[in-house]
Design a protein around this ligand. Structure first.
Ligand code: DP6
Length: 366
């Protein structure tokens, strides 16, 4: 247990009710978190770009009670959702020492995603960070806890990590590091920190998500992390991730797009190679994922344009490119890549400014 983040109980359980809301974005890892130990601790440092258009909005309505039990109801996109409700309930129960005030509250949690539920886009990073930001806001609002802005974000990141590792990185704008590394002062396995040394070329980075399949993945990320425990390449992989991290940070600072792109693509392919050599092995990429990768690489070699792919734990391609090549790349996408996407679906995204408070849900349920 991390004493620094223990929560405060309600000091004075009067009749109180109200609501608190946050919008929180998804993120795309450049160096991947793949393998964990202990209580949600990463085997290697990871770094991600925070996205903008792919986000979750969560409103937590609360009313005080004195029963001393967790009492939550959860709706996703306007409908009761038992499986998400159980996951949130299990998370709050397991970590109640960080949220003791929750035992004095009835919570009605409403959540919507900006991206279609069945788009194949993982939502745990945005969903869990939005929830945890709400929880830390609630603690600040209802108890005597006082947080500076950086303490607030650090605690939110710490709690988000306990809910889903990658969610720890979503609470910061632009780019974020989770996991201790000597080149990143202040970095920690317990929470993510903001990475603020990006070269301006990355401030305009696009991330278009080419949807190869909307199907729910056959093996969850949590199960994939577990399979790393017996993967014969595990220790070499963790060492490789640290080495790539050391090489990527200077490239992010200097704006070296060639090196950035090489590491980005190597990481994506390594992630999926690790899945293929797990026991049991499994494959999440699809024929169209490979078709897109081949085409993107060929286009880059022919045109000498900085456009690179990465993947998360699924078949969909994230296409990263700076804004100054937007026109050419978007023509290339329409003419040559869209045909490989399911129903031609592409989610246009870019580096974003991080989470924001909201007073109500702004998205309509899809
Ligand atoms: C491939 O954060 O979804 O996207 O901690 O079990 O919830 P849990 O896993 P999760 O894993 C994300 C894996 C990844 C790489 C990354 O985001 O770094």
């Amino acid at each position: 247990m991390s004493e620094a983040y223990l929560g405060k109980s309600l000091s004075n359980v009067g009749e109180k009710s109200g609501q608190i809301g946050w919008r929180s974005p998804s993120n795309i890892a450049l160096i991947k978190y793949w393998g964990k130990h202990g209580n949600q601790l990463p085997q290697n440092p990871s770094i991600s770009f925070t996205l903008s258009n792919a986000f979750t909005e969560t409103i937590v309505k609360y009313a005080t009670h004195s029963r001393g039990t967790i009492d939550i109801a959860f709706t996703f996109e306007g409908k009761a959702n038992a499986s998400f409700e159980n996951r949130i309930s299990a998370f709050l129960n397991k970590n109640i020492s960080y949220f003791p005030f929750v035992n004095s509250l009835s919570l009605s949690i409403e959540s919507n995603n900006s991206f279609p539920h069945s788009s194949g886009i993982a939502s745990s990073a945005s969903a869990m960070s939005a929830l945890c930001l709400c929880m830390v806001s609630l603690e600040q609002h209802l108890t005597e806890a006082v947080f500076s802005q950086s303490e607030f974000l650090q605690k939110s990141s710490f709690l988000s990590r306990l809910a889903s590792g990658s969610a720890s990185r979503s609470v910061y704008p632009s780019a974020s590091i989770w996991g201790q590394h000597s080149l990143a002062p202040g970095s920690s396995d317990l929470y993510a920190i903001a990475y603020e040394e990006l070269h301006p070329i990355f401030a305009t980075m696009h991330d278009d998500i080419l949807i190869v399949s909307k199907a729910k993945k056959s093996v969850s990320s949590t199960a994939g992390h577990n399979l790393m425990k017996d993967n014969v390449f595990a220790s070499a992989r963790y060492e490789q991730a640290r080495t790539r991290f050391s090489k990527l940070l200077p490239a992010l600072q200097s704006g070296d797009l060639d090196l950035f792109g090489k590491i980005l693509e190597d990481e994506a392919l390594t992630l999926h190679a690790l899945m293929m050599c797990s026991d049991p092995s499994y494959i999440l990429i699809e024929p169209n994922t490979l078709a897109l990768i081949q085409r993107i690489r060929a286009y880059r070699y022919e045109q000498k344009i900085p456009v690179y792919f990465t993947l998360d734990a699924g078949p969909n391609i994230h296409l990263l490119y700076p804004d100054d090549v937007r026109t050419q790349v978007q023509t290339f996408i329409q003419e040559e890549l869209r045909q490989h996407c399911e129903d031609g679906r592409i989610i246009e995204d870019y580096i974003g400014t991080g989470p924001a408070r909201i007073d109500s849900l702004t998205l309509t349920s899809s």
